[in-house]
Design a protein around this ligand. Sequence first.
Ligand SMILES: [Zn+2]
Length: 539
Amino acid sequence: MKITFLGAAHQVTGSKTLIEWMDNHYCLVDYGMEQGENDFVMADLPIAASSVEYVFLTHAHIDHSGMLPLLYKQGFRGKIYATAETTNLCSIMLADSAHIQETDASNETKKNLRHSGTVVEPLYTMNDAAATMEFFRPCAYGEMIMVDEGLTARFTDAGHLLGSAFLELFLEDGGESRTLVCSGDVGNPNQPIIQNPQAVSEADYVLIESTYGTRLHETTASPIPVLTDVLRRTFSRGGSVIIPSFAVGRTQELLYFFREIKQQHLLPEFESFPVYVDSPLANEATAVFLQCDPVCLDQKTRDIMMSGQNPIWFDGLNTTVSSDESKALNADTTPKVIISSGGMCEGGRIRHHLKHNIWDSRNTILFAGYQANGTLGRIIFDGAETVKIFGEQIDVKAEIALLAGISGHADRDGLLQFLSGFERKPSLVFVNHGDDDSTTGFARTVTETFGIPAQAPYSGSEFDLLKGEWIRITDPVYKEKTKTQNADPAARKKKESAFTELREAVQALDRYTATLSGHSNHELKKLADIIRALISDQD
Ligand SMILES: [Zn+2]
């Protein structure tokens, strides 16, 4: 009985863990795609895809599910267990991911025609994604799933995304049994619409994420007052609010907030403002949310539904935006909200909306999620004065704002809260799905808090779950790109320039304080005092 750590080891994306529960019987927990810049090389699946009998999927996010069509393409024909909502979301998200793969490959091929003529094959196709869906077995929360001899599983609501789950695996081998709990992503209790993370009570081993393993969320206050202020300010200038947003989850939360603003008449002077969701994937995801099992929804959302209202729908919402309508939106000068993806401005229709709106000081670009290093979203958020979009250099004159206080992930204390729910404490905690500092830092915190050994294995490490000992402990393998960056003195100097970092921090503080105009005088004065004290400490 063995666990092999493959993906999301000392990094945030590409979740993939292999379990061998009897000799030569294999299942996977998640099979996600790596996204953004990563420092480490992740180990390949050490067995043939056709040898994997089962996959347990914790939730639909692409960094947990996005390589399933490739697994299918390589010969996997087993069963994929996931909740019904995760299955429904995967049917649209894997198709979308395959569409991106096909488009990217076709664009690369077109470029290559001009020189080498090399044809670039997509990682997987729309057909692979559709075929993968045939292998899903939708399950309910709390259901004991008798998967195979020596292998039983159960999903419990993780409160991270619609359908997200903690996975309990009850493994048996040679008369002995072990329980392994995999957290997937642990939800943030402050999220609207979906349930809060539920408790899991027993485990021999826990594999836990650590995205915010060393950090606390800045605020637990509702983002609605800040959002209302941004709308009021922008509409008063005659401008529009452009929100780059992840299509699944974050967009539906924003719709929930806009419904609240309209229903509670928080913006009486602009009550009929229109909201356009310009993302086909987001609109499909909204439909999945509207058809979900109410057991996934929190009490407040259920109460809204019981009163005959739709929690994520309101007058003025436009969700059927065709490509032509999308272009026409920017010709219409009526102050409005445009929600569009991608969430980090890297692709999708948001780039068109940025191109047409970011140069106009009446508008606001409102960020509603994390912007990874190197993305266009991060460059804008960090205060660039001009940006290049579709080959055109464009001035950034629009107000840049942040909607703080919304995150799908538990922070450090939320992760500890999940671990404190175990009535029988695990004998060992494995930490993954966090950057290098978060994984090791959170492992230390777990040991300090609960007295339980906790380790953050690098990719390729193997642990014997029956004997309770490491079979193989691997060293980190750095990506070539990172080595080159480190070897380049100019790049290193740039990276390590503490002064640049300080200036960026000051700019981030400036932008953050700009979002606080609706807060109480008491809060604002307290913050002003802290900042002044900080400066006088340095005098
Ligand atoms: Zn996730």
